[in-house]
Design a protein around this ligand. Structure first.
Ligand code: SF4
Length: 422
């Protein structure tokens, strides 16, 4: 039995009582729009699939014709999705321009960077993606600012602070303000452990644009058990609700498993998000990485992917409730495909640069060499030169070629250059 810590929420949040796994879940409305090719052309909203400049064209269109693109749902008046900066900002312009330069191989970098500013965390999740990583060598405030500056020079629009638990770091407000000063969009993924009202207000004052809280289950007791902290679900929901009330854009992020799909948890999360005033719900696919790296039996089936895809593709008929983004849908090569080393990269608390948070392979350390050099090395790798593929970390062939060649006792992320090429 693992240790369970207890925290007290500021006050009990009514929506945070959570659902009941045994209660029948009322399905949310989904409508599959007609004409697959045409709907995908439009719904993708990021331009015609597989064409150069498609991403930038799509960003241009969704800003220019808000709410008029067929088969679409926007996260808010000024956001198509929280994964792209708000319309009309310099960060948004930079994402469009950076996408053009990237597609023409003229120097644009990733549109978004997830920056893990710490590996420290009060939770003890069974699915932690940071397993087997060093807990030492957290980059200094000045080093983190230098990394942020280099991201902006590479035309990155959104910088997403993650961890560990990013709010455990004393300078997280300073870093949020710095991202804002650099005219990029500061976002944060948190467990909600520190989301007292006074601290939510500080996040707003520092200029945080989007606050995502990660929830494992819409049932309070289940969530607290997987995180090892009693009361965390209630506190996280209370924090989310208050953040939305004071004008921070809010999102819930979760991941789908065989069990959660069979219990329709994505739909319970949708209802919870609606109650909390959340604008976007992101549903990742469970990915064998970190503590789960050997658990390939957890990979979702094609029926489960289809259920999740329908939730995103069929949501345009709903006028209320959060926008749903499911990676099952977005990772189709005919939609966006794998984001890694293209639209996004991940940087660990000790400076290692990986294609995404889930990929335990690095291409260099930004504390030792410029980010632009590492980015170019990553982009030149034969695997990442491929045009559009689905999620690599869920692809058995990618796992055979790269992930299974990581020595079982090696610290992660592992250097890509040490993986023997076939
Ligand atoms: S491998 Fe690609 S699609 Fe899969 S989680 Fe990473 S970036 Fe996303």
């Amino acid at each position: 039995m693992k240790d369970i810590k207890t925290i007290e929420p500021e006050k009990e949040c009514s929506a945070a009582r959570g659902g009941d796994a045994e209660t029948e879940v009322e399905s949310i409305p989904v409508y599959r729009p007609p004409l697959k090719k045409i709907r995908r052309f439009f719904y993708r909203n990021l331009g015609p699939p597989r064409m150069p400049l498609a991403f930038s064209l799509g960003c241009f269109l969704v800003e220019r014709f808000p709410q008029r693109i067929p088969f679409t749902k926007y996260a808010s008046q000024d956001h198509y999705t929280f994964y792209i900066p708000p319309f009309g900002t310099k960060a948004y312009r930079r994402v469009i321009k950076g996408g053009i330069l990237r597609d023409l191989d003229l120097g644009g970098g990733p549109s978004a960077v997830t920056l893990a500013i710490t590996a420290r965390c009060p939770c003890s999740c069974y699915h932690c993606s940071a397993d087997r990583r060093s807990r030492k060598n957290e980059m200094s405030t000045e080093a983190a600012k230098d990394v942020i500056r280099q991201c902006v020079e590479l035309m990155t629009g959104s910088i997403v602070l993650t961890g560990g638990e990013p709010m455990i770091r004393e300078d997280h407000l300073e870093l949020i303000s710095y991202i804002r000063d650099m005219e990029a969009t500061p976002q944060m993924f948190t467990s909600g452990y520190f989301l007292e009202n006074s601290r939510v207000e500080m996040l707003k004052e520092a200029g945080l644009d989007v606050l995502f809280v990660s929830l494992d289950s819409p049932i309070a007791e289940e969530h607290d058990l997987t995180r090892g902290i009693e009361g965390l679900f209630s506190k996280a929901c209370q924090g989310l609700k208050y953040a939305a009330q004071i004008g921070i854009r809010t999102g819930i992020s979760t991941f789908a498993t065989h069990e959660s799909v069979s219990r329709k948890y994505p739909e319970l999360f949708f209802r919870l998000g609606e109650e909390l005033g959340v604008s976007e719900l992101t549903i990742f696919d469970v990915t064998p990485t970190g503590k789960l790296i050997d658990k390939e039996e957890m990979l979702l089936t094609s029926e489960e992917h289809r259920y999740l895809s329908d939730l995103q593709e069929g949501q345009f008929i709903r006028k209320t409730g959060p926008k749903i983004v499911t990676m099952s849908y977005v990772n189709y090569p005919s939609i966006i495909g794998c984001f890694g080393a293209k639209y996004q990269i991940h940087i660990t608390h000790d400076g290692y640069v990986t294609p995404c948070d889930f990929t335990p392979l690095h291409f260099g350390n930004v504390l030792e060499e410029p980010l632009s050099v590492i980015w170019n090395r990553m982009r030149a790798h034969p695997e990442y030169r491929k045009k559009t593929v689905s999620c690599r970390m869920q692809d058995p062939e990618f796992r055979r070629r790269y992930i299974k060649k990581i020595p079982p006792d090696a610290q992660l992320p592992y250097p890509m250059e040490r993986i023997p090429m076939e």
